[in-house]
Design a protein around this ligand. Structure first.
Ligand code: ADP
Ligand code: MG
Length: 231
């Protein structure tokens, strides 16, 4: 089947520095691609290029066409509401365009396991609850491609397990392609079909089993990785 996302020879420079060089990458329907790499490797920048919010050279296409943001569900790495922000989860979900009807919002809240959060204030959600709320809000537009930037960092084991189920649901029921950035080995093992190691350029691509061999990790994280792993 045709790839959902196709990135060809992507390069990004920001503030006069080369952040990404010549990165090519594809995501098939229902495929979960995990991106791993050290801080500053350009992982978030790659997602921002797909979202067309940083200038880039190269070609990025979604189902053979130019990227249309309505086809993308994006859960950013850093996002927080002010504590007293005066809207509820249900109200936040209804702030989408086109405005979804009540049935749709209820359906999505049920599917994403946040029905019990409907009347909570968004500023008071825990990290895991907020992640699920952001995923639910994206799900309303039924994206073809999901971009999840370190969505599991800072959530506990129980929330992580619910998160895994949610991703499985996105993959099976909604059939979208998924790019997930994560530092957590268990997340990558559980979810990814393919792992991409990024450090400015693409340094590795393969199955999760191979991605975590010592040589791959050394390629991705550099020689210091060994030092850490053997301590
Ligand atoms: P990662 O998500 O892999 O940790 P990022 O993509 O956030 O890395 O950042 C990659 C590099 O690009 C970092 O060195 C960061 O400081 C730099 N960078 C990010 N955004 C900008 C910007 N707007 N201008 C200049 N440099 C930037
Ligand atoms: Mg990042």
């Amino acid at each position: 089947m045709k790839n959902i996302l196709e990135i060809k020879k992507l390069s990004v420079s920001l503030g006069g520095r080369d952040i990404l060089r010549n990165v090519s990458l594809s995501v098939a329907p229902g495929e979960v691609v995990a991106i791993v790499g050290p801080n500053g490797a350009g992982k978030t920048t790659l997602l921002k290029a797909v979202l067309n919010i940083v200038p880039y050279s190269g070609k990025i296409s979604l189902l053979g066409k130019e990227i249309n943001l309505k086809d993308i569900g994006y859960v950013p790495q850093y996002f927080r509401f002010e504590q007293g922000f005066p809207i509820t989860v249900a109200e936040f979900l209804s702030m989408s365009f086109p405005v979804p009807d009540k049935n749709k919002i209820n359906f999505i809240m049920k599917e994403t396991g946040i029905l019990k959060l409907a009347n909570r204030m968004v500023g008071e959600l825990s990290g895991g609850e907020l992640q699920k709320t952001l995923i639910a809000r994206s799900a309303i537009k039924e994206p073809k491609l999901w971009l999840l930037d370190e969505a599991t960092s800072g959530i506990d084991m129980a929330s992580a397990s619910e998160f895994f189920d949610l991703i499985e649901k996105i993959r099976r029921k909604w059939g979208g392609g998924i790019i997930i950035i994560s530092h957590e080995i268990d997340v990558v093992y559980r979810l990814a079909d393919k792992v991409v190691g990024l450090n400015g350029s693409l340094v590795f691509e393969g199955e999760p089993e191979k991605a975590f061999s010592e040589t791959s990790l050394e390629k991705i994280y550099g020689k210091d990785f060994r030092f850490i792993s053997k301590k």
